[in-house]
Design a protein around this ligand. Structure first.
Ligand code: SRM
Ligand code: SF4
Length: 587
């Protein structure tokens, strides 16, 4: 495969890998994962595009499912039937060529292709906020990135200057911003060449594979989630080339693999959550929970399915469940097509039985009942800061990225730091933070003295430490309020005003889709309309009581319509922090 010529000028300086400092060691386990990636077949168009052959979304559906899709009234199903999202994996090259040749303008291209179908290639047109520019959502299985990948990501957004930035997402993933259609095809190719992809990152596809952020280095881990996340990602995306078998699901789908009792992956809010559990023979496998979701209409915690899977059974099970969801899932009312609605009809065990039937009838072992050691609570560990790894002499360093926002310069600096201290590896977390693994203990102080760590501290303030924010109105067209910038500012104001004896996890989400999972936060703020002095203003609903880790519980709405300006929010938050979290007002 030929390395793509990305951008003619400014990008080349960013794209060339820098020298790896002597002393950097290959990180445990990463080499194996990287080797798998290199071994993946060369990119070809997954949907052959003969002249006039437009792939329909019905292509992989059995006749009865196709019939239901045809009958579904909604515009989404019609749009999918007309042309499958997978068509964009090849058409993006044609669109880019036309635009580059000046033969058309983006404004004249098909609106469904530009605003909807390109999401199957990971490209989200930000028509309302930044017309003509795209957010590009990647897939970063288990949140693991190499320094070469980080430099490539810098090269993707650097040419856009002020318009180019990136975010760490709540699914330990990366989104790039500012991309124009002309460049998108080259970026897709470049991602593939660099062991990544953006295909199947949006619309009715399976989202990024979430695993344990400290997989392979955690002294308390039950199972290393990295191989499984990569294997599942390869199954879902056909080794990152794009897999049209899973482009026409009834709706989005989330899968995560947890590696320890901490449940860093949030199994309770995924469509499939894999909870590590040791069986009577001492084998580590997974109990399965299903149906977790947030949406405008409904928030649901995943429910247990009576099944225990060996690691080898995980990918075939998930594949079969996806096929059952695709072929038997309802498509009539889009707001009621997530997996949980199937579970309403069949029960979790009914769903399991259909999966078993689909796989040929061999039942799975029943779920493992947790042993007496589970009677002792296992509080979820804090992974920011410096922590001893299971490998003697090595530590991981977790750093706090406020609201997950990054620049091209950040990617370059992170790559340099990773090469210097962590064997060229960096990880991103669902809390939108970063981790440098495998740092030699004697190099930890030097790492902590790096300018990057001054910017993204390993010991942040007690509110900054727990801040998570969705994209909000700066880029997201459905946002009811601005989130990220407001959230970062509020943290500064509150930290200046209050002494907080403990870390408090504050999540901000711009609308009821709850991309920033306000229901799992200590304090959740969700955008909503409000009124102040007789005028409509941006407001928030407040959620309290969310907990994470083993035995997690969803928080509940306690207030709504609070104006989101600091005149109202600062006293409101002060009251909550003082009454519930032991804060005191500074003298
Ligand atoms: Fe989300 C739609 C951003 C995690 C529930 N989400 C959107 C869109 C695509 C709306 C749009 O078209 O603009 C947002 C893109 C804004 C942008 O420019 O960034 C968006 N969602 C995000 C991200 C980037 C938030 C973040 O700042 O981290 C997260 C990307 C994750 C990833 O890497 O794939 C993100 N979204 C989530 C999560 C959390 C999770 O997965 O743990 C949820 C709740 C869990 C769930 O899905 O059950 C979530 N997003 C939604 C929904 C509601 C789904 C539903 O069933 O109704 C929508 C709307 C939709 O799908 O119709 C949505
Ligand atoms: Fe956009 Fe709403 Fe998701 Fe925030 S929660 S990114 S505002 S869709």
């Amino acid at each position: 495969a030929v390395a793509p010529a990305l951008f003619s000028s400014s990008a080349s300086a960013w794209a060339s890998p820098r020298t790896v400092e002597t002393g950097a060691r290959p990180a445990a386990g990463v080499a194996a994962v990287a080797a798998r990636r290199v071994a993946a077949p060369t990119m070809v168009a997954a949907v052959p595009k003969e002249s006039g052959d437009v792939p329909s979304g019905l292509k992989y559906l059995p006749e009865d499912a196709a019939e239901r899709a045809r009958k579904a009234a909604g515009k989404f199903e019609k749009m999918k039937i007309e042309k499958d999202g997978s068509a964009m994996w090849t058409e993006i090259h044609e669109l880019a060529a036309l635009l580059k040749a000046g033969e058309t303008k983006w404004e004249d291209l098909d609106v469904d292709d530009m605003d909807m179908r390109l999401k199957w290639a990971g490209l989200f047109h930000r028509r309302k906020r930044t017309p003509g520019r795209y957010m590009m959502r990647l897939k970063v299985p288990n949140g693991i990135l190499t320094s070469t990948q980080l430099r490539f990501l810098a090269s993707c957004i650097a040419p856009y200057g002020e318009d180019g930035c990136a975010d760490i997402t709540t699914r330990m993933n990366i989104q790039l911003r500012g991309i124009v259609t002309e460049d998108a095809a080259a970026i897709c190719d470049g991602l593939y060449e660099n062991g990544l992809t953006s295909f199947q990152a949006g619309m009715d596809s399976v989202r990024n594979m979430v695993g344990s952020p400290i997989a392979g280095i955690d002294p308390h881990e039950m199972i290393d989630t990295r191989e499984l996340c990569t294997e599942l990602n390869d199954m879902i995306t056909n080794f990152r080339k794009g897999n049209p078998e899973f482009t026409n699901l009834p709706r989005k789908f989330n899968i995560c693999v947890s590696g320890s009792r901490d449940d860093f992956a949030h199994t309770h809010i995924n469509d499939i959550g894999l909870v590590p559990m040791v069986n009577a023979d001492g084998v580590v496998g997974f109990n399965v929970v299903v149906g977790g979701m947030f949406s405008i209409k409904r928030d649901a915690e995943a429910v247990p399915m009576d099944a225990w899977l060996t690691p080898a059974q995980v990918t075939p099970f998930c594949k079969a469940l996806l096929e059952v969801f695709r072929d038997q899932g309802d498509r009539k009312i889009r707001q009621k097509t997530r997996l949980m609605y199937m579970i309403d009809q069949w029960g979790a065990d009914g769903l399991r039985d259909r999966v078993v039937e689909h796989m040929g009838g061999t039942p799975f072992a029943p779920a493992v009942i947790p042993g007496p050691e589970y009677d002792t609570p296992w509080p979820r560990r804090d992974i920011q800061g410096v922590h001893a790894q299971k490998q003697e002499g090595l530590s991981w360093v977790g750093c706090n990225v406020p609201a997950g926002r990054l620049t091209a310069d950040d990617f370059m600096t992170m790559a340099d730091v990773a090469d210097k201290y962590s064997g060229g590896e960096m990880r991103v977390t669902v809390e939108q933070n970063i981790i440098f693994p495998n740092v030699a203990n004697e190099q930890v102080d030097a790492l902590l003295a790096e300018p990057l760590v001054a910017k993204y501290p390993a010991n942040p303030g007690n509110l900054a430490a727990g801040l998570v924010s969705c994209t909000g109105a700066q880029f997201c067209g459905v946002a009811l309020i601005e989130t990220k910038n407001r959230a970062m500012e509020l943290v500064k104001v509150l930290e200046a005003k209050l002494d907080l004896p403990q870390k408090v996890r504050m999540h901000w989400t711009g609308c009821p889709n709850s991309c920033a999972q306000v229901q799992v936060a200590d304090i959740g703020l969700m955008g909503c309309p409000a009124r102040k002095d007789g005028k409509a203003v941006e407001g928030v609903k407040i959620f309290l009581g969310g907990s994470i880790g083993e035995g997690a519980e969803l928080g509940e709405e306690v207030a709504k319509g609070i104006p989101a300006d600091f005149e109202d929010l600062v006293p409101e938050m002060t009251k909550i922090l003082v009454e519930r979290f032991g804060a005191t007002v500074k003298a």
